[in-house]
Design a protein around this ligand. Structure first.
Ligand code: 5AD
Ligand code: FES
Length: 350
């Protein structure tokens, strides 16, 4: 898939033509990763954050929310629940929280691995090299860090950097790969100021980085954030990528076509835009993963990165059953085991 083709699909509006994109993405998904849908149990372990990302509802400047950090005991209980529900992976996600100390996280990873044997994915932001090394040694398998947009100016406008700590997520992604993590990244779709050209760059970047996991979702304005309050102007309609459900499916489908072997979730942000069919349509247009929420309900409501997040009122068990039911109705099955990225022999690096 070359760049003009990517751009053409991003701008395509005719449902009959888009059917071709959906069926190409679905065929590539089936051929490369099969009919299994892997379940990754998401535990939002802390909503403390030192960053001021202009779009994110748990950024440090948002004073109106109660902050929490789960205990190791609570996180372990969630991991055991993941085993009971048949998930192969637990994802530990948080704001960028220095209160999640290197040794404590390493210990937690070791205990989860020992007690449950689950694959462990970390999504804890831009952390020190020593942290990433220690957590890999403790047994962490994967790391998620979205680059959010490949346009450096737009990136800088929505990610005020910490004094003395320039942010280079591409360098971090390379480092994570060198350390032996399976590496995931992705972008938000429809950020004010995001052009079609820059979204095409993002999609080409997925392929260039040879990502193991690609997570994309619509940008959803949070009224308590600078961006949600209108901090950046929208571009003229011809240029501005809309933060719609349709645009999200296009990016899921194109991600599958440029990175056929990667694991791609139908994200909660997508389910937030279309609660009844969002995940199913994502799974039918390139995705092969879903991330049921395991966070205890009393914390779940406090992890409000955007408003109206799907599944905030449900329990872990309800989401587990709901998703399995949805997967079966699609004629697919729940993947067994960790569901790591498989590389075909021809795709192995020389
Ligand atoms: N709308 C959509 N996605 C968001 N994220 C954070 N805030 C928002 C928002 N307002 C996404 C970012 C981040 C991931 C964990 O959640 O892409 O990497
Ligand atoms: Fe949470 Fe369906 S996945 S209610």
């Amino acid at each position: 898939m070359n760049r003009p083709e990517i751009l053409r699909w991003l701008r395509e509006g005719r449902p009959s033509d888009l059917k071709t994109l959906w069926s190409r993405a679905d065929a590539a998904r089936r051929k490369n990763v099969g009919d299994a849908v892997h379940l990754r149990g998401l535990v939002e372990i802390s909503n403390h954050c030192v960053r001021s990302c202009a779009y994110c509802g748990i950024n440090r400047a948002h004073r109106g929310i109660t902050r929490y950090r789960m205990t190791a005991h609570e996180v372990l209980a969630c991991a055991r629940q993941a085993v009971g529900l048949g998930y192969g992976t637990v994802v530990l996600q948080a704001g960028e929280d220095p209160g999640l100390r290197r040794a404590a996280v390493a210990d937690l990873v070791r205990r989860i691995k020992k007690d449950t044997g689950l694959a462990v994915t970390l999504s804890l932001g831009e952390r020190d090299d020593g942290d990433l090394v220690a957590w890999k040694q403790a047994g962490a398998d994967r790391y998620l860090l979205r680059f959010e947009t490949s346009n450096p100016d737009l990136y800088a406008r929505i990610h005020p950097s910490l004094p003395g700590r320039p942010s280079d997520r591409f360098a971090l992604l390379r480092r994570l790969r060198a350390l032996g993590y399976e590496v995931g990244s992705g972008v938000m779709i429809g950020i004010p100021g995001q052009t079609y050209e820059s979204l095409a760059d993002d999609i080409e970047t997925f392929a260039r980085l040879d990502l193991d996991m690609i997570g994309v979702g619509p940008y959803l304005p949070h009224p308590a954030t600078p961006l949600g309050r209108g901090g950046l102007p929208l571009l003229p309609a011809r240029e501005q990528v809309p933060n719609t459900e349709l645009m999200t499916y296009k990016v899921v489908a194109l991600a599958r076509l440029v990175a056929p072997e990667s694991n791609i979730p139908a994200t909660t942000a997508l389910a937030t835009l279309n609660r009844t069919h969002g995940r199913e349509l994502g799974l039918s247009r390139g995705a092969n993963v879903v991330m049921p929420n395991l966070t205890p309900p009393r914390y779940r409501v406090l992890y409000e990165i955007y408003p109206g997040k799907a599944c905030v009122q449900e329990t872990a068990t309800q989401c587990g059953f709901c998703l399995k039911e949805r997967i079966h109705r699609l004629g697919r099955h729940v993947g067994a085991g960790p569901g790591s990225r498989r590389r075909s022999a021809s795709a192995l690096p020389a």
